[in-house]
Design a protein around this ligand. Structure first.
Ligand code: ADP
Ligand code: MG
Length: 333
């Protein structure tokens, strides 16, 4: 069935079921002129938006509608996580050509509702408009954090440990695999493709890092090199990153051999990992690491904060220091 057969209001009726997963903060969700929400007491409110444009951010040949919805939400949760917050409410605006099928839009929302259920976030409203061609999806998320938990990019201090969550480079390697028609036959491909299509924002770890004394934090959306520059620039410091310490998954290492491309290239310059980059003073970092004794730690130290004059450098296995240039994705360039 095409959208033009059921119209805007028919579509909203289809979308609405299952959008509220945390009743406690909702007075009115979808269906009125504006949503009415009840913030938790003494919490600061965080707001963020991310817009995805067909042909620029996603390709429907390699992404399903469900995955598109999931990821559109995930990238916003990741921005809230990077501030030390927890996502709570979302509004979704969508521009769609009238010839799009109803099933497509319902699937986009099924992906969004899935991740919203997992992270207990309500979809409380949005806007639906027609466009001439290409789908545009904008998600705005409202999050919360205790005032003491907020972590900005600008707080890195000389002497801080630089650390990251998870492993890096999986998502961009997953994209290379999706563009390679043989990926379904490659046993290492699954987790890499999943990292690209359905990233898992690090909300819990972001909260943990925030309460453990993180001085600065950013989510890794444009590749590690680019994010290192973001924090260093905002904090007016330099950074020294040790190439050998950057955490890489075994699947990435296998896939990078398959593509004859260094795994480190994916980790440094590939985007969309949605892991967290954090700096903390060494005492706080050590205290945090003690919580993981015996367990596999999802946080890895990769470098240290140095003076701005020392610059932003990558130290290789041989101990050679070279300037680390940011060349992640940048619109309009
Ligand atoms: P209004 O004309 O008052 O702006 P709309 O007719 O655009 O209201 O929307 C009706 C209700 O449906 C509102 O509560 C709005 O937030 C919600 N809504 C509209 N489009 C979407 C969407 N794409 N996703 C979620 N909620 C939506
Ligand atoms: Mg409207």
């Amino acid at each position: 069935m095409k959208l033009q057969e059921i119209g805007e209001f028919g579509l909203i009726d289809l979308i609405k079921p299952g959008t509220i997963v945390d009743e406690s903060s909702i007075i009115a969700g979808i269906g009125d002129d504006a949503a009415v929400i009840l913030p938790r007491p003494h919490q600061l409110q965080l707001m963020t938006a991310d817009m995805l444009v067909e042909g620029i951010h996603f390709d429907l040949n390699t992404t399903s509608a469900w995955q598109l919805g999931y990821k559109a939400m995930a990238v916003n949760f990741s921005d809230i996580a990077a501030m030390g917050g927890t996502p709570r409410q979302a509004v979704v605006s969508i521009a769609i050509p009238p010839t799009t099928t109803v099933e497509f839009v319902v699937d986009v929302y099924a992906g969004m509702k899935e991740i919203c259920r997992e992270y207990k976030v309500n979809i409380v409203g949005g806007d639906t408009v027609a466009c001439l061609q290409g789908i545009v999806l904008n998600v705005t998320v409202l999050g919360e954090a205790a005032p003491a938990a907020i972590v900005q990019r600008s707080g890195a201090q000389i002497g801080d440990i630089v650390a990251v969550t998870g492993t890096l480079g999986n998502s961009s390697c997953g994209l290379d695999l999706l563009q390679d028609n043989h990926w379904v036959n490659l046993e290492f491909a699954g987790p890499l493709v999943a990292a690209h299509l359905t990233p898992r924002p690090q909300v819990e770890l972001g909260n943990l890092l925030a309460v453990s004394g993180a001085n600065s934090m950013d989510d890794i959306s444009d590749g590690l090199a680019s994010e290192v520059h973001e924090i260093a620039g905002a904090s007016q410091v330099g950074m020294e990153i040790f190439a050998d310490n950057i955490p890489l998954s075994p699947e990435l290492i296998t896939a990078s051999e398959y593509f004859h491309k260094p795994a480190l290239e994916y980790a440094l310059y590939g985007g969309e990992d949605y892991q967290l980059l954090v700096t903390m003073n060494p005492a706080n970092y050590t205290a945090l690491m003690h919580q993981y004794e015996g367990d596999r730690c999802p946080i890895t130290a990769i470098g240290r904060v140095v003076s701005q004059q020392a610059g932003i450098t990558l130290v290789d296995s041989a101990g050679q220091n070279r300037s680390l240039v940011a060349h992640g994705y940048n619109h309009f360039r």
